[in-house]
Design a binder for this molecule. Structure first.
Ligand SMILES: [Fe+2]
Ligand SMILES: [Fe+2]
Length: 183
C-alpha cells in the first residue's frame, strides 16, 4: 500500500506518542494522526466495497459514499496542516488500523471493526473540538465538523446493522458544503 506522503512505521512498531496538546507540535501531531486515520478509513471502505462478497449492493454503495467522505476529512486535515506549516512526513504514523480492518472475512465483521474505529475517532475529535476551542478555533472547528460527520457514519452503520436499507436519497451528499468549508 502506498501511503505517501505519510511515513509509516514498521508493523511491530508504535508511532511516537503525541506531544503535549498545549504546544503547536502537539496540535500538529493530532492533525497528522487524525489525517492518517481518515486515510486508512478511506482505503478500507473502498477495499470492503470491492472485496466483501457477502455485502448487499446497498451496503457496498454506503461504504463507497462514506469512504469518499473520509477522503474529504483527510483533505480538510491536510489543508489545515499546510496552513499551519506542519509537514506530513515529519513523524511516522502506524497503519495498524488498516491492517486490522483488512483481516475481516465478512461484512458484519468489517462493519463491527469499523464501527469501533469510527466511535473512537469521534470521541477523540470531540475532545479536540473542546480543548482547542479557545487557542485554535479554526482547527477546533475542523475537528468538530469531522466529529459530526462520524456521528452520521455511526448512525448509518447502526441502521444497516439493524437491517435497514440505505438509499442515496436519504443520505444527502455533504460534498457541496465542503466546497465552502473552513479551508
Ligand atoms: Fe472521517
Ligand atoms: Fe467515518
Amino acid at each position: 500500500m502506498d501511503w505517501s506522503p505519510f511515513v509509516v512505521c514498521a508493523p511491530e512498531e508504535y508511532a511516537p506518542a503525541s506531544r503535549g496538546l498545549g504546544s503547536a507540535e502537539g496540535i500538529a501531531d493530532r492533525l497528522r494522526t487524525a489525517a492518517f486515520a481518515e486515510r486508512q478509513a478511506f482505503a478500507a471502505f473502498l477495499w470492503a466495497a470491492e472485496k466483501m462478497s457477502d455485502a448487499s449492493d446497498e451496503l457496498r454503495a454506503a461504504w463507497r459514499r462514506i469512504g469518499l467522505e473520509e477522503e474529504m476529512h483527510l483533505n480538510l486535515l491536510l489543508g489545515r496542516m499546510a496552513e499551519l506549516g506542519v509537514k506530513v512526513e515529519d513523524r511516522p504514523v502506524s497503519d495498524r488500523l488498516w491492517r486490522r480492518l483488512i483481516q475481516s472475512k465478512t461484512a458484519p465483521e468489517f462493519s463491527a471493526l469499523m464501527r469501533d474505529a469510527e466511535a473512537r475517532g469521534r470521541a477523540a475529535e470531540e475532545s479536540f473540538r473542546r480543548s482547542l476551542a479557545q487557542r485554535d478555533p479554526v482547527t477546533a472547528a475542523i475537528f468538530g465538523r469531522i466529529a459530526d460527520d462520524e456521528a452520521e457514519h455511526l448512525a448509518v452503520a447502526d441502521r444497516l446493522a439493524a437491517g435497514g436499507v440505505e438509499s442515496n436519497a436519504d443520505y444527502p451528499s455533504k460534498t457541496k458544503d465542503f466546497d465552502g468549508g473552513p479551508r
